[in-house]
Design a protein around this ligand. Structure first.
Ligand SMILES: [Zn+2]
Length: 202
């Protein structure tokens, strides 16, 4: 199993940090990048989506996970209520909420919104009903122990699994085939080529 220690540099968590996503991270079970990619593939397997490149994440969450299986409640919140948060997964896994503009964009297959949906599914799969603890102020924590980087890796792996990336695929192929952003496509190609130094999936 490939560890992620070498490819994911330590992050100093700070209330002053510009990367808001990191200040919202919680400490969780350490997981390798490989393990998270495997979890995302298991999820695709469970919903019978190992053959299709473009994953309809909003339909999967809304129709399969929420309406059919009743695994989780889907909530749409106003911009006033959500503020800068685009999505939120309840720690007990009871609901996943999206800001209404993100929900609409996800249904229109906007790559960033699709990533947000996949990211929240990642929190649901990896972090709901698990023990999470706050990161002590100023602590240096490796990203493989933090919820936000883990959810980002899950999202990238769910949207664009390495198993479905062809050897001849270009960045634009990945953008078009998997419905991901340019940056995400670049990172996934780098990941496939084992060159990625990124600390997140996209
Ligand atoms: Zn998150």
């Amino acid at each position: 199993m490939k560890g992620i220690e070498n490819s994911m540099p330590a992050i100093r968590v700070s209330n002053q940090g510009k990367r808001k996503v990191m200040s919202e991270s919680f400490l969780t079970t350490a997981r390798s990048w490989y393990e998270i990619e495997h979890k995302a593939w298991e999820f695709r397997t469970a919903i019978g989506a190992t053959g299709e490149k473009f994953l309809p994440v909003m339909d999967i969450l809304e129709i399969i996970m929420s309406q059919s299986l009743m695994l989780v409640e889907l909530r749409i919140e106003t911009v006033q209520d959500m503020g800068t948060a685009e999505g939120f997964t309840a720690p007990d896994g009871s609901f996943i909420a999206f800001r209404e503009d993100v929900y609409k964009k996800a249904h229109r297959n906007d790559p960033r919104a699709r990533f947000t949906v996949a990211h929240e599914i990642g929190h649901f799969v990896l972090h709901s009903n698990t023990v999470l603890s706050r990161v002590p102020f100023g602590a240096v924590v490796p990203p493989y122990k933090l919820t936000e980087p883990q959810a980002n890796v899950f999202a990238a792996s769910l949207l664009a699994p390495l198993q479905l990336i062809e050897s001849y695929d270009t960045v634009s192929d990945l953008e078009n085939n998997f419905g991901i952003s340019h940056t995400c496509a670049v990172n996934r190609l780098n990941r496939r080529n084992n060159l990625s130094k990124k600390d997140s999936g996209c």
